[in-house]
Design a protein around this ligand. Structure first.
Ligand SMILES: [Zn+2]
Length: 1043
C-alpha cells in the first residue's frame, strides 16, 4: 500500500525539499566536489560525464490484495502492466522494468500472455531488461509472519521462476512492509541474495541515517550465524519507492503520465484520471529541473555517487507506452545537458544499481541482529495496531499453514512408500499446491496484517478455507484408502463390542513433528459418556466434561503418545448412560465443575485470604475466591512463588480525526490515555480432573449482566508420572463482539522485577530484547511489538513465557507486566479510510490460544523454542467416521504402525515435501531444457524430496542444546525410504549450495562470508552438522533412481 500515511509524509518531504532548495543546492555542491575526487580515484563507466549517476528504476508496486481483490486488480491494471511493459521494453534496448510480486506475474503468464509475449519476455529476461527481483509470491509482511510461511511463499515464487526461466532472484525489494525484521536478511542471504532493500523504518531514525549517510550497511541479522549469513542492506531514503508526486509547474501529479488506475474497468478511451502533463518542448526543461533537483537531494544521503531513482508507485505502468514515451525524451534531455545539470540518468534494473555500488569497493558499517520494529511514520503514527488487526484471519492463516505442513509430510511418506498407491500423485499435488498458494498469498503485507478491505479479507479466508478443505480430502484419502500408511485397514477393527446400545467412532491422530510426543488432545463429542481405546485395543486414559463453549457438547480429553511423523487410530465408544463404575467408563474420568459466585470489583476490599490451589507436578496455581482471579503460581522445581494475575483491559480508541490522533487498522494510538479495566465482575468455575484441570473465568462488563464479555479457560495438565509436559498451561480466550472503538488486552501482572524490558520474537526465528523507551508523546503505542510465537519477561531468577498460535501485539507498560493485544474493533471518519472501506469494524468473536510457562531462566530456555514449535504443529485430529455401531469383531492384529522419524531435540523438521516445481541438479542442463522449449511445467519430479532442518537454539543459549549437532540423514530417514543422494541447496532450492557464490561486501572487521556447503554424491557421507540457528535445505533422492 502507499496511501494516506505514506503520501502525507511524502507531501511534507517534498515541501521541505522545494522550500529549502538553496540549502540543498549548497549541500549538493559539497557532495559534488567530494564525488569528483572520488571519481578521480576510481574509474567508473560513467565517470567521463561526471556528476551523479542516476539509476531510473521503472516499477509498479502491485499489492496482492489490500483494497481490491486479486481478480479485480488483474482486470483493472495488473494484467495490463505485464502486457504493456513487454511491448514497450521490446521497442527500445535501454528500457528496463523490475517484476516483483510473482502471483500477479504467474497469473498473467498462465492466463493472459500470448505465445509471442512469452517469447518476448524470455528474451527480455535473458538480456536483463526485465528483471525478477525478490521473487516471492508476494512481498511478505515482516512483523506478523512466521518464518515457515515466509520460506514457503518465497519458495513457491522462486520455484516458478526457476522452472520457467531458469532465473534465481538475487536482490530483495521489500519497499512496503511496515517495519523490517532481522530475520528477513538472514532468509534472503540463505536464499542466495546479494543485497537486501527495505524502506519503512522509523521516521526519526531514517532522518538521522540520511544525514549521516548510513542508509547502507552490512546486516548480520542472526547473532548466531553472524557473518556467515550477512547481507548488504539498502534503506530507501525518505521518498521511499514512489516518484515525487508533486510538480511545482503543474497541478497534475508527478512522473505518472499514465495517471491513476481505474476500478472496476479500465477506461475505454485509455484516458485515466490525473494523468501528468505530457513532456513537450514547453514542459521539458521544467520536468528536468524537478527531476534533477530531486536526484541531487537524494544523492547527498548516500556515500557513492550512484542514485537509485525508483520510477513508479502503487498500480503503475498499466499503460507503459505513455510512461516511456514521456520519460525517454526527458532522460535524453538531461543527459544532453549533463554537464550543466551535474547528473546523468539511465534506465536500470536493481542489479545494475547494486553492481555499481558493489564496484565502488567501499568498506561498510555493520549492523547486528537488531531489527527495525516497531515502525512510526511520525510521532503520533505508530504502526503497531496491525499486530492485532483481524485476529481471525491471522488465526486461520496459521492454522492453514500448520495443516499444510502435516499434509506435506504425510504425502511425502505415502508417495515414497506406495509410488503406485491409489492416492493419485497429480491429484494430491494439486490439493497441496492450492493450499501452498493460499498460505503464500495471505503473507502479503496487506494480508495477514489485517490492513485490507473487508472483501479482500474475505478473499484470503475463502482461498485458505478452500485449500484446507482440499487438503482434508487428501488427508482422508491417505488415511483411509487401501495401502494406507498404517498397513492395516481401518476396517480391521480390533475392538470388542460391549452391549448393543453403544456407538463407536474412529479418530486418527497424526504427529507432524519429527519428535516423539506425549500430549493431550481434545475431541468435542455429543455424548456424556465415552471410553477410548488405542489401535491395540488397550484403554486410553481420558476425561470427559461439559464443554466450555456449549451446554450440549462435551470435551473429551485423551492422552496420546506418538512417534515423530506417526499416526495412530483410536476408537471412542459412546453411551448416553452415565458412568456407573469403572467397568462402564474404562479409564475415562467424568469431571465435574465447582462454580464460584460472581465477585464484584467494587467489593474487592480484602484479597488473598481465601486461596484455592490447583496443582500439577510443575506448578501450584492459586486462585483467589474473593476476586475469582489468578493470585500466584509457584513453580515447584525451585519452590519459587511468583504472584501472577490476569485480566482484561481496554484501550478506548479515538475515531474522530478532528479530535486528535486515531487508531485504525494500521495505527495504534493511545491518545485517549491508558487502558481501563474491561469488567465489573468475575465468575469462576474449577473442574478438577485426572487428565487436565480446567479453570474457567468469565468477565462481565457490568455487575449484573447476563452474558460475559470475555473469558479465560486455563488447562493445567495432570501428569501421573508420565513424560507429559506439566509446565504447559494452555489458555484459550473468548472475546467479542467488541464495542466499537475498543482495543482489548489480556494483562498478565507479576512481581517479576523486569524493569519493563520485554523479549519478543522476530518471526518465530529469534528473540529480540525490547527495553522500554520513553518518547515525548505516544509512548504507550511506540512500546508495542509484534509477537509471532513468543514473548517473555524475566528477572534474575524467573521467566514468564507466553507462546502464541497466531500473531498479536505485545507490550510491557509496567515492571513485571505483559499485555497482549488480542482483538480490536475500530471505526474512524478519515475520508480516505471511508472511501476505500478500510475501517476495521471487525465484529467477530475470537478464540486465540496462548501457552503460558513459568520457571527458572535455564528451564524455560530449554523449553520455549520447542514448545513454540509444538504449539504451531499440534497433532492433527481427524474423526474418520460418524458415531455408529462398532464394526464386526475381528481378531486383534499385531500393531503395524508406521515407524517414526525422530530428530534430536534441538533440531526441527522445517520441511519434508515434494516440490511442485521442476528443479535440476545441473543448472546448465536445466537452462538447455528451457532454451529448447521443453514444457517442464507438465511433470514435477515426484521422487525429489525437499528437506529442511533448523537448529532451534542460539549460540551459547543453553550448555547442551546450543551445541552443533550431527545427524546422519540416511539413518534419520530410514523409515521414509532408502536415501541415495543428498544435495544441499539454497533456502528455496534453486542453487546447488556449493556453486552459490554470493557477493562479498567489505566490512570494518573484514570477516567474509563462507559457504560451508559441499557436494555430496553416491555413497559419500550422509552426515550433516547443523550449528545454532542454521537452516539447511536439501534435495533428497530415495530409492534406486539414477543421478
Ligand atoms: Zn504494498
Amino acid at each position: 500500500m502507499c496511501c494516506s500515511h505514506n503520501n502525507n509524509k511524502e507531501a511534507e518531504f517534498v515541501e521541505v525539499g522545494s522550500s529549502s532548495l538553496f540549502l540543498t543546492f549548497i549541500g549538493y555542491k559539497m557532495v559534488y566536489l567530494a564525488l569528483c575526487v572520488f571519481y578521480l580515484c576510481c574509474c567508473c563507466s560513467h565517470a567521463a560525464s561526471g556528476g551523479i549517476q542516476t539509476f531510473v528504476l521503472p516499477h509498479s508496486h502491485m499489492d496482492v490484495g489490500w483494497v481490491y481483490t486479486i481478480q479485480e486488480s488483474m482486470h483493472a491494471y495488473a494484467a495490463n502492466v505485464y502486457s504493456s511493459v513487454t511491448e514497450e521494453l521490446s521497442k527500445a534496448k535501454d528500457r528496463r522494468f523490475i517484476a516483483v510480486e510473482q502471483e500477479f506475474f504467474r497469473l498473467w503468464w498462465d492466463a493472459v500472455a500470448t505465445s509471442t509475449q512469452k517469447k518476448q519476455v524470455q528474451q527480455l529476461v535473458k538480456e536483463g531488461r526485465l528483471e525478477f527481483i525478490l521473487g516471492g509470491q508476494v512481498m511478505h509482511d515482516e512483523a506478523v509472519t512466521d518464518l515457515e510461511d515466509q520460506i514457503l511463499q518465497l519458495t513457491e515464487g522462486h520455484g516458478f521462476l526457476y522452472e520457467t526461466f531458469g532465473v534465481r532472484p538475487e536482490f530483495s525489494w521489500h519497499v512496503d512492509p511496515f517495519g523490517a525484521s532481522a530475520t528477513t536478511p538472514v532468509l534472503f542471504a540463505l536464499a542466495g541474495f546479494n543485497a537486501h532493500l527495505v524502506s519503512r523504518v522509523d521516521y526519526d531514525l531514517k532522518d538521522d541515517m540520511q544525514k549521516e549517510k548510513k542508509l547502507q550497511f552490512v546486516w548480520r541479522g542472526s547473532s548466531s550465524l553472524k557473518e556467515k549469513q550477512q547481507i548488504f542492506t539498502h534503506i530507501m531514503d525518505q521518498f521511499s519507492y514512489c516518484t515525487p508526486s508533486h510538480l511545482n509547474f503543474s497541478n497534475s501529479s508527478g512522473f505518472y503520465w499514465n495517471g491513476v488506475a481505474l476500478f472496476p474497468d479500465p477506461p475505454k478511451d485509455g484516458v485515466y484520471p490525473n494523468m501528468s502533463l505530457p513532456v513537450t518542448k514547453d514542459t521539458l526543461h521544467a520536468y528536468a529541473q524537478v527531476m534533477v533537483e530531486n536526484i541531487k537531494q537524494r544523492a547527498a544521503w548516500f556515500r557513492t555517487n550512484h542514485t537509485l531513482w525508483p520510477w513508479g508507485c502503487d498500480k503503475q505502468f498499466y499503460n507503459s507506452s505513455v510512461q516511456f514515451n514521456n520519460m525517454d525524451p526527458l532522460m535524453k534531455y538531461i543527459n544532453q545537458n549533463s554537464q550543466e545539470f551535474g547528473v546523468t540518468v539511465q534506465y536500470a534494473s536493481l542489479s545494475e544499481y547494486f553492481q555499481a555500488v558493489h564496484q565502488s569497493d567501499l568498506t561498510w558499517e555493520l549492523r547486528g541482529s537488531e531489527d527495525f520494529l516497531p515502525y512510526s511514520t511520525e510521532p503520533q503514527q505508530a504502526w503497531t495496531g496491525f499486530y492485532a488487526s483481524r485476529n481471525v484471519l491471522k488465526g486461520v492463516a496459521r492454522q492453514a499453514s500448520s495443516q499444510l505442513h502435516a499434509a506435506e509430510t504425510l504425502f511425502t511418506r505415502y508417495r515414497l512408500t506406495f509410488p503406485d498407491g491409489p492416492v493419485a500423485k497429480v491429484w494430491a499435488l494439486d490439493k497441496l499446491r492450492a493450499l501452498r498458494w493460499a498460505v503464500s498469498e495471505v503473507q502479503h503485507h496487506d494480508g495477514i496484517t489485517g490492513t485490507e478491505s473487508p472483501k479482500v479479507a474475505d478473499m484470503y479466508v475463502q482461498h485458505l478455507v478452500q485449500g484446507m478443505m482440499g487438503v482434508e480430502e487428501l488427508l482422508a484419502a491417505l488415511f483411509l484408502l487401501p495401502h494406507n500408511l498404517d498397513m492395516s485397514s481401518v476396517l480391521d477393527s480390533v475392538y470388542h463390542r460391549k452391549g448393543h446400545r453403544s456407538l463407536g467412532q474412529h479418530v486418527i491422530v497424526y504427529n507432524p513433528l519429527a519428535w516423539n510426543i506425549t500430549t493431550i488432545i481434545n475431541v468435542t463429542v455429543t455424548f456424556q459418556n465415552a471410553t477410548v481405546f488405542d489401535d491395540e485395543g488397550r484403554p486410553v486414559p481420558a476425561q470427559i466434561q461439559t464443554s466450555a463453549q456449549s451446554n450440549v457438547t462435551f470435551d473429551l480429553f485423551m492422552r496420546v503418545e506418538l512417534g515423530g511423523l506417526q499416526h495412530r487410530k483410536y476408537l471412542i465408544k459412546f453411551s448416553d448412560r452415565k458412568c456407573a463404575g469403572r467397568s462402564k467408563c474404562g479409564r475415562t474420568y467424568a469431571a465435574k465443575g465447582v462454580r464460584f459466585e460472581r465477585r464484584r470489583v467494587r467489593d474487592w476490599t480484602r484479597t488473598g485470604r481465601r486461596l484455592l490451589p490447583v496443582l500439577n507436578e510443575c506448578y501450584k496455581l492459586m486462585f483467589d475466591q474473593d476476586t475469582n482471579l489468578l493470585h500466584s503460581i509457584t513453580y515447584l522445581e525451585e519452590k519459587k512463588m511468583v504472584s501472577v494475575s490476569q485480566d482484561f483491559w481496554e484501550y478506548h480508541a479515538n475515531g474522530d480525526v478532528k479530535a486528535g490522533p486515531i487508531s485504525d487498522n494500521y495505527i495504534f494510538s493511545s491518545s485517549r490515555g491508558s487502558a481501563v479495566r474491561a469488567y465489573q465482575a468475575v465468575e469462576m468455575e474449577i473442574i478438577p480432573g485426572k487428565i487436565v484441570s480446567e479453570i474457567r473465568q468469565y468477565f462481565y462488563r457490568e455487575e449484573n449482566e447476563k452474558d460475559y464479555a470475555y473469558s479465560i479457560t486455563t488447562r493445567v495438565p495432570e501428569c501421573f508420572g508420565t513424560t507429559l509436559r506439566c509446565h504447559r498451561l494452555e489458555q484459550t480466550y473468548s472475546l467479542g463482539s467488541l464495542l466499537l472503538n475498543t482495543e482489548v488486552i489480556l494483562r498478565t501482572s507479576t512481581d517479576l522485577r523486569s524493569n519493563r524490558t520485554l523479549y519478543t520474537d522476530d518471526n518465530g526465528y529469534q528473540m529480540m530484547k525490547r527495553p522500554y523507551r520513553e518518547f515525548t508523546n505516544n509512548t504507550i503505542a511506540r512500546n508495542y511489538f509484534p509477537m509471532v510465537r513468543t514473548a517473555y519477561i524475566e528477572d534474575d531468577l524467573s521467566r514468564l513465557v507466553l507462546l502464541s498460535d497466531r500473531a498479536h501485539g505485545v507490550s510491557s507498560q509496567a515492571s513485571g507486566e505483559l499485555e497482549v493485544m488480542l482483538h480490536r474493533r475500530l471505526w474512524n471518519n478519515q475520508p480516505w479510510t471511508l472511501a476505500y472501506n478500510l475501517t476495521l469494524n471487525d465484529s467477530s468473536v475470537v478464540r486465540p490460544t496462548l501457552w503460558m510457562m513459568l520457571g527458572s531462566i535455564s528451564t524455560t530456555t530449554r523449553l520455549y523454542q520447542r514448545e513454540a514449535v509444538e504449539l504451531q504443529h499440534r497433532p492433527v485430529v481427524m474423526p474418520i467416521d460418524q458415531p455408529q455401531r462398532p464394526w464386526p469383531e475381528k481378531k486383534p492384529r499385531g500393531r503395524s504402525a508406521v515407524r517414526s522419524v525422530v530428530l534430536p531435540p534441538n533440531l526441527h523438521l522445517l520441511s519434508l515435501s515434494i516440490p511442485g516445481w521442476n528443479y535440476s541438479s545441473d543448472h546448465d542442463v536445466h537452462l538447455r531444457h528451457i532454451l529448447s522449449g521443453v514444457d517442464l511445467r507438465s511433470e514435477p519430479d515426484y521422487d525429489r524430496v525437499l528437506l529442511r532442518i533448523m537448529h532451534l537454539f542460539e549460540e551459547g543459549e543453553d550448555p547442551e542444546l546450543s551445541k552443533p549437532v550431527t545427524v546422519n540423514l540416511k539413518e534419520v530417514l530410514q523409515s521414509v525410504g532408502e536415501v541415495k543422494v543428498v544435495e544441499e541447496r539454497s533456502l528455496t532450492g534453486t542453487w546447488n549450495i556449493s556453486r552459490l557464490q554470493r557477493w562479498k561486501w567489505k566490512t570494518v572487521d573484514n570477516l567474509e562470508t563462507e559457504n560451508k556447503g559441499s557436494e555430496r554424491h553416491g555413497n559419500e557421507t550422509f552426515s550433516v552438522t547443523i550449528s545454532p540457528k542454521e537452516i539447511r535445505t536439501f534435495f533428497i533422492h530415495f530409492g534406486s533412481k539414477d543421478f
